[in-house]
Design a protein around this ligand. Structure first.
Ligand code: GSH
Length: 226
């Protein structure tokens, strides 16, 4: 493999608990997988499901009943403190549009420096402390837990309905769709022989294999060679 790093786009939405799992595992592997250049790409899961013709999990009652248990199990196995809220269907219906636009704005305003922090704090609000992520004050609260200046936060809040942010989020969503996205998390590996799309937080081992890197489990436990 050449020494040039391979861009791995993680397209995610904070309404998707599976995206949080992928995000945390890939952030853990970022210093370990030297060939990977991880790019965090907020998109709109609702748009992806609709435009790909997929059925939203919320429209499949058995899936919605199964998901909390699956997520709880995965959270423990992957070391991510997810606790699916009892009113998850209502939370999904409230949508993640403002939160995703806020991440997009923070990403642009901090040139990517605070994208990881703000995304994690918004996931924590939905899946740990079960708090709102739709109102400006909720977004401000999330940002208080990150090293982001108040000035930047206010600029981001003001820009939530501006075309630059709306367009950027739409472009991310369209780009993911163009690589074949139908849900979240969607990963796109920009390999020398062409892009490869990988769906799901349960495919990190496949991502490692495609990059030619060693996967040592979700908790990145290094095994001793014997
Ligand atoms: N097996 C995947 C994983 O473990 O990550 C499931 C991911 C998943 O169900 N994601 C939801 C989705 O996009 C959003 S939270 N579902 C669409 C589908 O599965 O077709």
């Amino acid at each position: 493999m050449s020494s040039k790093r391979i861009v791995v786009d993680l397209f995610y939405d904070i309404i998707s608990p599976y995206s949080w799992i992928s995000f945390e595992v890939l952030c853990r592997y970022r210093p370990e997988w030297q060939s990977m250049s991880l790019r965090l790409r907020p998109f709109l899961l609702g748009g992806v499901l609709k435009q790909s013709g997929n059925t939203a999990p919320i429209d499949v009652p058995n899936k919605m009943r199964y998901m909390p248990t699956d997520i709880q199990r995965l959270g423990q196995l992957y070391g991510v403190p997810i606790d699916v809220p009892m009113d998850f269907p209502e939370v999904v219906l409230k949508k993640s549009l403002k939160a995703q636009r806020f991440i997009t704005a923070i990403d642009l305003l901090t040139k990517g420096k605070s994208t990881e922090d703000i995304s994690r704090q918004l996931w924590r609000r939905v899946f740990v402390s079960h708090q709102d992520v739709t109102l400006p004050d909720s977004l401000r609260e999330a940002a208080k837990c990150c090293p982001i200046s108040e000035d930047i936060v206010e600029k981001a809040i003001v820009s939530l309905d501006q075309n630059q942010i709306k367009d950027k989020l739409r472009k991310n969503t369209e780009e993911a769709l163009s690589y074949g996205a139908f849900g979240a998390p969607t990963h796109v590996l920009h390999l020398p022989n062409g892009p490869q799309m990988v769906f799901g937080s349960d495919r990190i081992d496949i991502i490692g294999a495609l990059l030619g890197e060693k996967y040592m489990g979700p908790l990145l436990k290094k095994r001793l060679n014997n």
